[in-house]
Design a protein around this ligand. Sequence first.
Ligand code: CP
Ligand code: NVA
Length: 328
Amino acid sequence: PINLRGRSLLTLKDFTPDEIKYLLDLSKDLKAKKRMGLSGELLKGKNIVLIFEKTSTRTRCAFEVAAYDEGAHVTFLTQSQMGKKESIEDTARVLGRFYDGIEFRGFKQETVETLAKYSGVPVWNGLTDEDHPTQVLADFMTVEENFDKPLSKIKFVYVGDGRNNVANALMIGAAKMGMDFVIVSPKELFPSEKLLKEMRDEAQKNNAKISISDDLNAVEGADVIYTDVWISMGEEDKIEERIKLLKPYQVNMDLIKKTNNPDVIFLHCLPSFHDTKTDMGYDVYKKYGLPEMEVTDEVFESKYSKVFDEAENRMHTIKAVMVATLVG
Ligand code: CP
Ligand code: NVA
């Protein structure tokens, strides 16, 4: 039997396929429970702190609502002494005395690792420069909801910046779950050799396949087309270079048609630049003449797009992670 009590979620590398499946199944149970209008007390008496160095809508709100639904209390911490007047190690030891669990979103993967090492309580990675494990749980849950076949029969194609946190996290998850995973990106943005090698070894154990290509024809037969922003948080100065590299890799209807699969779904972790309604979208439009970036509005709003189910599933999967690691 699987018991994740006391575990941290820093990266899915640390989890077995069975443990990931357990979290996905628990997420579905908790979603069904919420749909029936039932709240619970699975996290009653627990205190949780949410540390954010970078901005967030989904991740922060998912943790808060998930906690409240099951009776926990949360502190949202954006300004603290951590890393400035106080070391991560000392902050971790203090927070570990107050809280039952710690969520961290920020720059360095090393920070979540240090928090986990010194706090003595479960730590959850809410996104770093390198990884975004809770996102992948929501993504895979959404895939399972849309197909009658298991993840191991899914061809999952990520198009765009092949070396950002989301691309890395999806590759790790796919290698674990035995998927046919493809990254389509310009050569300059291929995943790091180190991660690729590590995940190809992992893939071999789980009958997964990981391929990398700069050729858009590699989307043929895809069940899922996934993309993410061309510039991640903290990389704003790279915009010109990224537009140049990634313009040909925009997810548009021609690309969807190239999959030759009428049942293909489109996913995106969000937020997304598919129109000029955001400050950044408007600036990009004015400066570079691009009304859309990584995905066209047409695809984003199409019947293929499951992005809001995916966003909702962030909450159910994060709830499952907290319940599994705090209660077991
Ligand atoms: N997908 C995601 O992590 O969204 P936020 O940045 O809004 O948390
Ligand atoms: N790659 C994006 C994901 C946002 C959820 C970023 O890091 O900004």
